[in-house]
Design a protein around this ligand. Structure first.
Ligand code: FE2
Length: 134
């Protein structure tokens, strides 16, 4: 059964760049979901997963720079969370690569993670930025 992955207002953090990057990020997860439904070749699916992985890395770094520039006090905790998420993502991609889990399981993980992370931690940062916007 497929999950409907699309942008929703509830994901909005209120910072233009972050929201923009989150939309791209979600779009990449959606591409993996569509590839899973269409049962595209594994080599291609791995490329799409690597695209998500690289973008996650970029996005986290970019978000961390916005935090540093704005003197965000919860930066260490948030940065730690980013590191943990990348490790979890690597584990899931690896598990898929060696056929321990299917692609849909990776999609569910990525979407939950996106929804949970953006709606909780990133929104907290968005709130902080309301008073400190660059
Ligand atoms: Fe984020």
């Amino acid at each position: 059964m497929a999950i409907d992955i699309r942008w929703d207002k509830r994901f909005e953090v209120g910072h233009l760049r972050i929201d923009h990057e989150h939309q791209v990020f979600l779009d990449l997860i959606r591409s993996v979901s569509l590839a899973s439904e269409a049962e595209e070749p594994k080599a291609w699916c791995m490329r799409l997963l690597n695209e998500v992985r690289k973008y996650a890395d970029f996005h986290f770094f970019s978000e961390e720079n916005i935090m540093l520039r704005n003197g965000y006090p919860d930066y260490p905790e948030h940065q730690q969370k980013h590191t943990e998420l990348l490790t979890l993502l690597d584990d899931r991609i690896h598990a898929y690569a060696i056929d321990r889990i299917n692609l849909e399981a990776v999609v569910v993980f990525m979407f939950d993670w996106f929804a949970m992370h953006t709606t909780k931690l990133d929104k907290k940062f968005g709130k902080y930025l309301d008073g400190h916007n660059e």
